[in-house]
Design a protein around this ligand. Structure first.
Ligand SMILES: [Zn+2]
Length: 90
């Protein structure tokens, strides 16, 4: 079955992408190539995309970090409930 392998490959790539975005949410600005300024004739104005910060947030990393926060928060809530159960009333 070629289709199954294709789906698995796509899932693997997606998982790698998510992990990469989670660990490295920022990347060098593609517009100014990480210099913070753009060449415009003889002037070098501040890059409008990264506003001179030289880094931009990668697309999708915001969503992934929000999701990760939700998952962490959910696990903490669940742990609290379990603790209440074990130390609760007899
Ligand atoms: Zn830039």
């Amino acid at each position: 079955m070629v289709t199954v392998h294709l789906v698995l490959a796509v899932l693997a790539v997606l998982a790698l992408r998510v992990g990469f975005l989670y660990l490295r949410p920022f990347g060098p600005c593609p517009k100014c190539a990480g210099t913070g300024n753009i060449q415009r004739g003889r002037r070098r104005p501040v890059c409008p995309r990264c506003k001179g910060k030289r880094r931009v947030q990668r697309r999708g990393s915001h969503t992934i970090h929000r999701l990760a926060f939700k998952i962490r928060h959910g696990q903490q809530t669940a742990a609290r409930y379990r603790q209440e159960d074990s130390h609760g009333n007899p």
